[in-house]
Design a protein around this ligand. Structure first.
Ligand SMILES: [Zn+2]
Length: 379
């Protein structure tokens, strides 16, 4: 049994609903009943398991909603990402127990694949033919790959400002169509929602609660890798609100099921925590942080760059925004907020090759109007 519930006004919708955002404007949460499953169920599964349990998401299938028959799962064997230890990075943070969970080693190079396997499996099972997203790159590349695996059409609406040319090339290679629209990501997100309302395409956006369900597998997997001994802290880039929300939900569920006996604290680090905190998703992310007695920490652009250099020089590598967690952990150690005996897992969102925001081709950008986009989609 599962329902969608609005975390703001408690309104309910059926789990099969096509509308994933409450009428009050807040994205729904998935609430589902759990079968009681123990650690041994998950510990017995791995890369040797039959598909789809060889995926780091579907290894935890009892904890991820919806539950599909195996043959209905669209998986690229996402997850199973390494948990690295590095003497150089221990020295950088100034702590004995530091590990790095590298989500950049997913099939398309980012954590987004964890959510896409769930959201695209659901869309395909519900008969969707054409999936779409608004994205500057990583989401588009991931949605394009999973749409291709499902045999569905995919369109990415891309803002002319802040797009990652390499990630868009990746999306096109997977067969997706990319429409560059003049403006920034927020503007293009609004247009994408309006387009989806007409029913021509199904939006798999950042508000999709089934992507959150898949992203929960990051903390499940790192806890399993640590023998279910929860670390004191898990450090994330603050700009990834979806992961903060997914992590808090997963940790709550893991404790409820007795998989862990205490909640790690979430640490969200970013160079612009304050300005972003006005959006709904940022408010939800800060509630998620509070739920784990976590902490948001501001870091400077220099601290971010220096953390990235340390990660790159340790041979791991990541894109610039991914380095925020390590910079934040190091700052909290410096302030004495993280004690010398405490342990930290730092999550890296994306691969080194996702680095750089080099802009989309704004020469041919479409005007940000619904009619223009509709015509572009029809040609
Ligand atoms: Zn509501």
């Amino acid at each position: 049994m599962a329902i969608l519930r609005c975390p703001a006004c408690s309104a309910e919708a059926a789990a099969s609903s096509r509308e994933l955002v409450c009428s009050c404007g807040e994205p729904f949460d998935v609430e589902h009943a759990f079968r009681l499953v123990g650690r041994e169920t998950f510990d017995a599964r791995g890369l040797h398991s039959p598909a789809p349990q060889d995926s780091g998401v579907w290894r935890f299938r009892e904890l991820v909603y919806p539950r599909f028959p195996s043959e209905a799962v669209i998986s690229l064997r996402e997850g199973n990402t390494p948990l690295y230890a590095s003497a150089a990075l221990r020295a950088f943070v100034g702590l004995e127990q530091v590990r790095l969970k590298h989500e950049g080693l997913n099939p398309t190079g980012s954590f987004a694949d964890r959510g896409m396997t769930v959201a695209v499996s659901r869309a395909a099972a519900n008969g969707a033919r054409h999936l779409a997203c608004a994205s500057t790159g990583a989401t588009a590349a991931s949605l394009a790959a999973y749409s291709a695996a499902a045999g569905l059409a995919c369109t990415a609406l891309v803002p002319s400002e802040g797009a990652h040319a390499a990630k868009l090339a990746q999306a096109r290679a997977f067969g997706a169509r990319t429409l560059v629209v003049r403006g920034d990501l927020e503007r293009v997100r609004v247009l994408a929602r309006e387009l989806a309302r007409s029913g021509a395409l199904e939006l798999v956006d950042e508000r999709n609660p089934f992507r959150i369900e898949g992203q929960k597998s990051i903390p499940f997997e790192l806890l399993a890798q640590l023998g279910w001994r929860a670390p004191d802290w898990i450090a994330l880039p603050a700009e990834n609100h979806g992961n903060a929300i997914a992590f808090a939900k997963a940790l709550r569920e893991a404790r409820y099921l007795g998989l862990i006996d205490r909640l790690p604290r979430l640490l969200a680090a970013g160079t612009e925590c304050a300005p972003a905190s006005r959006s709904r998703s940022a408010e939800r992310a800060s509630r998620a942080l509070a739920e784990t007695h976590g902490q948001a920490v501001d870091i400077s652009a220099e601290q971010l760059a220096s953390a990235k250099r340390a990660i790159d020089h340790a041979g791991l590598g990541c894109d610039l925004p991914s380095a925020a967690g390590l910079a934040g952990a190091s700052e909290l150690v410096r302030r004495g907020r993280i004690g010398p005996e405490e342990s930290v897992v730092v999550v890296l969102d994306s691969h080194l090759l996702a680095h750089g925001s080099d802009g989309a081709d704004s020469e041919s950008a479409l005007e940000p109007e619904l009619d223009v986009l509709r015509r572009a989609l029809e040609t």
